[in-house]
Each structure stands twice: as C-alpha cells, then as structure tokens.
Design a protein around this ligand. Structure first.
Ligand SMILES: [Fe+2]
Length: 183
C-alpha cells in the first residue's frame, strides 16, 4: 500500500510551505517527537500528544493542498489522525537526525492510517524514507503516500547542514476504501 504521485506540488507551494516551517520551528508548538535513537532535538514537529497546538495556523495553501489530496482520493468526510492539527503536520530535521523504524497507530477501528508526505526541502544527503526495507527517494514536488499503520518505515540520517522539511497530510480511511486507493 504505497503510491507515488509525481509533481503534485508547484514550486510556489513548496516555497510557501518551506518558508512557513523555517519561520515557525522555533515556536513552542514545535516539539521533539523523540524518534531518533541516538540524539535529541534533531527533529521538531507540530505533532503533539500532550499539547494540541491550537495556536498553529498553517498557510492557506496547506489547506488547499489538503483539499486537492482529498479530491484525488475521493475522501468526502475526512477523519484525521489524532495529534495532527486539522490533519496536518510539518516537521524539520537537522544534521544527523534520523527516525527509527516504526508503524503508526490505527486511530479508529477498521481504518487504515494513510500519510501523504512531501519532503519539501531535501537535505544534501540522506533523509531517505525506507518503507519495508525499500528506499523511496522522491523529489520535492512528489507525494509519497502509504499505509503507515501497516508498513514499517524509517528515515536515514540527514547528511549536511541543510534541513529536511516534511509536510504530512494524514487520513484515517475505511479499510475497503483504502484498498481501492492502492489497487
Ligand atoms: Fe511514522
């Protein structure tokens, strides 16, 4: 249950998303998700278990992109993963940061948790998503969507000073609809 949609974002959208993350990551609503086995604070995200970041307001383009994804996938009344502010998370990964291998939760019974991910800023090296042992080195405009509660995934260490910026649009989709999407 993996799909890549090439050239989903425009250069302008990429710039807006990156600028927002770069301008905001020092705010307290960005937290260390502690998914790096070796180091602390090598990544910060707007995903919050303890604090729902009600003060976060993403750029309007983020919601337009979300709508575009919902239209593409035929999602009429979206259910979002917990701790995603309106279904959206952005994260920034720094030099040497990595994400250990894991699966994400199933938030509602008989649904599949799908993340539609964009690496809107690629680091100089590394920062590659590995899903079930296979590397997916996508371009900044491409969308990588997959069933994060079904497939083991991790991210290799960032090489170099350029940050890795992620925008994640999450959905909890009824099993049968999810199988349709990925068939
Ligand atoms: Fe994950």
């Amino acid at each position: 249950m993996i799909k890549i949609i090439k050239q989903f974002l425009t250069k302008d959208e990429i710039n807006i998303l990156n600028n927002w993350t770069l301008a905001n990551y020092k705010n307290e609503f960005f937290r260390d998700p502690r998914m790096d086995k070796k180091y602390k604070k090598t990544r910060l995200t707007t995903r919050g278990k303890h604090l729902l970041p009600d003060n976060v307001d993403y750029p309007k383009e983020a919601y337009l992109i979300q709508e575009k994804i919902q239209n593409l996938l035929g999602i009429k009344s979206p259910l979002y993963p917990h701790f995603h502010k309106k279904g959206i998370v952005t994260g920034i990964g720094f030099e040497n940061g990595s994400i250990y291998s894991h699966k994400d939760p199933t938030y509602y019974p008989e649904t599949i948790t799908i993340h539609c991910n964009f690496i809107t800023q690629k680091p100089i090296g590394g920062g590659i998503t590995i899903i079930e042992g296979v590397s997916y080195d996508i371009e900044e405009c491409d969308m990588l969507m997959y069933a994060v509660n079904k497939l083991e995934h991790e991210v290799t260490p960032n090489i170099g000073a350029k940050e890795r910026i992620l925008w994640c649009f999450g959905f909890c989709i009824p099993d049968s609809q999810a199988y349709e999407i990925f068939k």
